[in-house]
Design a binder for this molecule. Structure first.
Ligand SMILES: Nc1ncnc2c1ncn2[C@@H]1O[C@H](COP(=O)(O)OP(=O)(O)OP(=O)(O)O)[C@@H](O)[C@H]1O
Length: 269
């Protein structure tokens, strides 16, 4: 498969914090989960790829062209972004929030159909006609996901960038929406990059993991059970892996730092 995106020695300075250097590559249609503890730099990496942040040094190349050289309209037709916080102001109707995903498409005669189908794909069609600011957190998350679906609806081989897309959802909905996102991307050949805190979703729905810790890349590895030791190192936590015909499940057991502290106390006693 051809290269879709490259990061070459990318660094960004944010106040006193530096994220990077990051050298990464992903292929067309690949699904990558960005994992790491809070403050590790996951959203920053996603925002760099989305071109919401400019790197202090290094280069990003998207579809063989420097990311800085893409016009905003061209980029909007090739990649869609679901940020961690999505402040939509005032009382916009749900259909208008979803239609915001279509602004880069001029002369679009199918907008109403696409908006409705995108809401169906995000399991949010029952919210048509509601005001966005009256929705619950989980309902707002689904409408925002529908906006991303609407934006990428008729594109092919593009890129979806989503930051904690199912964080506000109950376990059943979070699983089915993750599957829906995965199917949507696969049907259109879109690559998917998601910031996640849920290891089970990462291991069951993604091809590859970018593990971020302290602003740096700890590892770039396949999403396989064999990554467990790296995941334990990432979160300083012992993990147990369960596996059956339905997939993999990871259970956090105990912080390794807490273990070490407890052992030191026992030795002193
Ligand atoms: N504009 C900014 N100015 C100063 N520091 C920033 C800025 N944006 C992010 N940071 C810092 O950079 C680090 C990485 O932030 P980032 O949001 O990428 O973390 P994260 O891994 O996504 O965390 P979380 O899982 O908590 O969302 C954090 O320490 C954060 O406080």
């Amino acid at each position: 498969m051809g290269t879709l995106l490259c990061l070459q020695d990318v660094r960004v300075a944010l106040g006193d914090t530096t994220i990077g250097p990051l050298t990464l590559r992903m292929t067309a249609g690949e699904r990558v989960a960005i994992l790491g503890p809070s403050g590790a730099g996951k959203s920053t990496l996603l925002r760099l790829i989305a071109r919401e942040l400019r790197p202090s040094s290094g280069a990003l190349v998207f579809e063989g062209r420097a990311l800085v050289d893409w016009s905003a309209a061209e980029l909007a037709r090739r990649r869609a972004v679901l940020p961690q916080q999505h402040g939509v102001a005032f009382g916009l109707p749900v259909e208008l929030v979803v239609a915001l995903g279509r602004v880069a498409r001029q002369g679009d005669g199918h907008q109403a159909t696409i908006v409705r189908e995108a809401l169906v794909q995000a399991q949010a069609e029952h919210l048509l006609g509601r005001r966005f600011d009256t929705l619950s957190g989980g309902e707002q998350a689904r409408v925002q996901l529908a906006r991303v679906f609407a934006q990428a609806w008729d594109a092919r081989d593009g890129l979806l960038l989503v930051d904690e897309p199912v964080a506000a959802l109950d376990p059943g909905l979070s699983l089915s929406l993750m599957a829906s996102m995965s199917d949507f991307a696969a049907q259109r050949g879109h690559a998917l990059v998601a910031v996640l805190h849920d290891l089970n979703l990462a291991l069951n729905h993604f091809d590859r993991l970018w593990l971020m810790k302290g602003g740096r890349l700890l590892a770039d590895c396949d999403a396989l059970p064999s990554t467990l030791p790296l995941l334990e190192q990432l979160y300083d936590t012992r993990l147990r892996l369960l596996s059956d015909e339905h997939g993999l499940a990871v259970l956090p057991l105990r912080s390794t730092t807490a273990n070490a502290a407890r052992q030191r106390e026992r030795t002193r006693a």
